[in-house]
Design a binder for this molecule. Structure first.
Ligand code: SAH
Length: 222
């Protein structure tokens, strides 16, 4: 999918290659994903003051009390969604700085991404434009209700942790589709993979994780 890296200076290739090696050691196997992680400039998504840390395998602050997800988690969640599957429409809850969105957009026909904090979404949109990411659509809304207009989705990826799976997200999953979501209170979250088959939802718990909580309603701060 389209990604225009000409305007932003492809420095730090060595740092990205090193990050990819860390991801391999941690168990990421998909060459497709590793290639994308080697290519997408994570430093472009965070404040310049933190840019030197962009290729460490850690979460970093992005303002508004939120964080950019850890690269391993971005790779892992993407890997789970794309495994042996062609993705049409994908829904993302929690755009944040937009890094996961752009990674996902390399594998889906369209990514529909929802963020509750206006200030984060405004900045993420600017980044999508600069990268010419033409298959991303954004919405300032509460992800608890999903984005019904473009569903059902082949994949749903949630980057903030609710205590239970929002019903709307389950309903917006296509048959054969997968939902990956962190579940639980701070300090005891797990990644949950839900696969929808013809007549049931199959649940599988994966890694222990640490996400910001999923909140309700929207936040107009800029
Ligand atoms: N993948 C993003 C993660 C950002 S942190 C990144 O790497 O930048 C999680 C994001 O989820 C935050 O931006 C937070 O505002 C958002 N969020 C939390 N609850 C939400 C909700 N109910 N609807 C939409 N977004 C939500």
């Amino acid at each position: 999918m389209p990604l225009d890296l000409d305007g932003i200076g492809m420095t730090s290739q060595r740092a990205r290659d090193r990050l990819a090696r860390t991801l391999i050691e941690m168990g990421i196997e998909s060459e497709l994903i590793l290639d994308v992680m080697r290519k997408i400039p994570r430093h472009f998504f965070i404040d310049e003051a933190l840019a030197s840390r962009a290729y460490e395998n850690t979460a970093l602050p992005i303002g508004f009390n939120q964080t950019i997800s850890q690269p391993y988690i971005v790779a892992k969640m993407t890997e789970v969604l794309i495994k042996n599957k062609e993705l049409g429409n994908v829904l993302e809850i929690g755009t944040g700085c937009g890094y996961q969105t752009v990674v996902m957009a390399q594998f889906a026909k369209y990514v529909y991404t929802v963020e509750r904090i206006d200030g984060l979404l405004i900045r993420a949109r600017e980044r999508f434009q600069k990268l010419n990411s033409s298959n991303i659509r954004t919405k300032h809304s509460d992800g608890n209700i999903g984005w019904p207009a473009h569903g059902p989705y082949d994949g749903i990826i949630v980057s903030a942790a609710p205590v239970g799976v929002p019903k709307a997200l389950i309903e917006q999953l296509a048959i054969g589709g997968r939902l990956i979501i962190p579940i639980g209170e701070t300090g005891k979250q797990k990644l949950l993979l839900i696969t929808r088959s013809q007549d049931e939802y199959i649940e599988e718990y994966l890694d222990s994780v640490s996400f910001v909580p999923m909140l309700s309603g929207i936040d107009a701060s800029r």
